[in-house]
Design a binder for this molecule. Structure first.
Ligand code: XMP
Length: 319
């Protein structure tokens, strides 16, 4: 498509002209927006770009490695991984309120990233962000709205006193344009067409206090669900699918023994804009198979429920 190729060429030329021989840092999350921004910048200025990937311990199974390996291998990107997971678990001790979790996670995330920048401040001139057009609209609307249901924190997340110039190569684009550009840049389909994943990650998919053990358990459940959706070619048919760990134990039976273990909920939704959504009508046989695998393979889970609530009244995430 000439329009896309034109955009890519123009954007790379613009980045070159703006950045010249200076250095750029970008927070890489693995999401499509930050990834496409990173690749465009990498193509323009190569090793003058450093990507920082913060692992907050609330990611999905193997997520950090998959993302980092892909961009290192295919785009020779320079990526610094900061494993801050222990610090996040520490700060999340005793935190149960959903908005409080978002605050704690969001603030710590910015602190970790800011620390990195401050340590390398001498060298860095530009801060690149994967802001897209709807982010700008959303955040300007939010300022006027008195009724925010959940605080999302994608825009304006960094302290102003970092003396960096913002570089936002895709800020005029819509999501599907970003995806198309990502595709034509050669980013793997698995990474381009990923379901949305919230910034606070598994933190808001563990109801109640978040611990490493609970994250590890939920990672296994989630990985089975997603693996099966991919295997049965259902992943791209639904808009978002995930598991949530509930703070409830239930009685079950395994062989001759009574069990008293955790309950997880699976949720899959179909949605156009994530403002409204319907529970996906996944085939019963499929759900049955996934539940069987989860209970057999994940120690500590003896019951699984499937969430059939629409949005509204339910939100997509449980918190
Ligand atoms: P809800 O749960 O509000 O979710 O129906 C709508 C979409 O937003 C995602 N979501 C978040 N994304 N930070 C994010 O970056 C958040 O705190 C957050 N909360 C929800 C959710 O996964 C869904 O795609």
């Amino acid at each position: 498509d000439w329009y896309l190729e034109d955009f890519i060429e123009q954007t790379i030329a613009n980045i070159k002209a703006t950045v010249k021989d200076q250095k750029v840092v970008l927070g890489l999350s693995g999401g499509v927006d930050s990834s496409v921004s990173a690749v465009l910048i990498q193509k323009a200025i190569q090793e003058q770009l450093t990507c920082v990937f913060v692992d907050h311990g609330l990611l999905r199974k193997n997520e950090a490695n998959e993302v980092i390996e892909f961009y290192e291998k295919h785009f020779q990107m320079k990526i610094v991984k900061i494993d801050a997971s222990e610090m996040f678990y520490q700060h999340l001790k005793g935190v149960v309120d959903p908005e409080q979790k978002r605050k704690v996670i969001g603030k710590l995330f910015i602190d970790v990233f800011t620390n990195y920048i401050e340590e390398h401040n001498q060298e860095i001139t530009f801060l690149a962000q994967g802001t897209i057009y709807p982010d700008i609209i959303e955040s300007s609307k939010k300022g006027h709205s008195s009724k925010t249901i959940k605080s999302h924190h994608n825009v304006g997340g960094l302290p102003k006193d970092l003396k960096l110039t913002l570089l936002e190569p895709i800020k005029d684009l819509f999501k599907d344009e970003v995806r198309q550009i990502g595709q034509s840049l050669g980013i793997a389909d698995q990474l381009i067409n990923r379901h949305p994943f919230p910034g606070p990650g598994l933190g808001i998919r563990i109801i109640g206090e978040v611990t490493k053990a609970k994250c590890d358990l939920l990672r296994e459940v989630d990985a089975i669900f997603i693996e099966e959706l991919r295997k049965k070619k259902l992943y791209n048919k639904v808009s978002q699918a995930f598991a949530t760990l509930l703070p409830v134990k239930t009685v079950g039976v395994m062989g001759d023994n009574r069990t008293y273990e955790n309950l997880v909920a699976l949720r899959s939704v179909d949605s156009i804009d994530f403002m409204t959504a319907q529970a996906s009508h996944l085939p019963w046989k499929f759900i049955d198979h996934v539940v069987g695998r989860i209970i057999n393979e994940v120690e500590g889970v003896n019951r699984v429920v499937y969430d059939v609530t629409s949005k509204p009244p339910g939100t997509i995430e449980w918190e």
